[in-house]
Write a protein that binds this ligand. Sequence first.
Ligand SMILES: CCCCCCCCCC(=O)SCCNC(=O)CCNC(=O)[C@H](O)C(C)(C)COP(=O)(O)OP(=O)(O)OC[C@H]1O[C@@H](n2cnc3c(N)ncnc32)[C@H](O)[C@@H]1OP(=O)(O)O
Length: 216
Amino acid sequence: MNARHTAAPSTDLDHQREAIAGLGHELRALVDATVRTVTPADVLHRVTDEVRRLTSQLTGRRRTRTEIPHVDEFPGGIRMFSPVTGPGNPLAPPVRVTPDGDGVTGHCTLGIAHEGPPGYVHGGMSAMLLDELMGWACSAAGTPAMTVSLQLRYHGPVPVETPLRVHARVTGTEARKVFVTGSITTEADGDRQLVTAEAVFVAPDPERARALFPER
Ligand SMILES: CCCCCCCCCC(=O)SCCNC(=O)CCNC(=O)[C@H](O)C(C)(C)COP(=O)(O)OP(=O)(O)OC[C@H]1O[C@@H](n2cnc3c(N)ncnc32)[C@H](O)[C@@H]1OP(=O)(O)O
């Protein structure tokens, strides 16, 4: 799991993002502990009551389904609650994305919460990582777009608790269509592609984009 971000906040927005990331970090630790524990039922009941009590403290206004969080930059920027890159989402590893020469690279370590076969990553999780990174590659190329087709090949199992590298790059465009490839390797063996992907993304036409994202 990624280390908690500890840089000093400089604005209210940074302060809010810092707080969101802090809660996300602790919740990821809770999720990890939850899927590993062999503690007896009476302890689980006690913890369940405590978690229910904590959840009830997250009161006040909740954002609506289509509302873009004020801490985000959409499209193509910060997504605090993304299930892949969002530091505030306990479902996210989270993946740290960096631009590279010909696309984008994501770095993450998945835990037992993301397991499919024992000790290895769930295939759907690999698909989610690649889909997201390929979306970032589209944005990095100046064309924010949505997946219309995603084809994956699983060449070898992806280990959990192992630093991973997810790479994605745009290989071509045709009007609003963007063609993208991606791969997952371990950080230790960047030459051995464990999963590869080919995808077509489409940049929605402006009218469709307004209908899909009314609060953008
Ligand atoms: C905007 C940025 C948002 C970024 C967020 C992060 C994304 C992370 C990745 C995702 O998870 S995206 C979520 C999963 N994807 C979807 O939910 C998309 C569902 N599909 C749609 O909503 C519409 O297809 C879409 C808005 C993407 C496009 O609708 P449009 O009405 O704007 O496009 P249209 O249907 O006219 O198709 C445009 C071109 O794409 C082609 N196309 C459509 N579906 C295709 C397909 N499946 N395979 C190949 N090509 C396809 C279509 O033939 C056409 O080609 P031509 O221009 O050559 O005629």
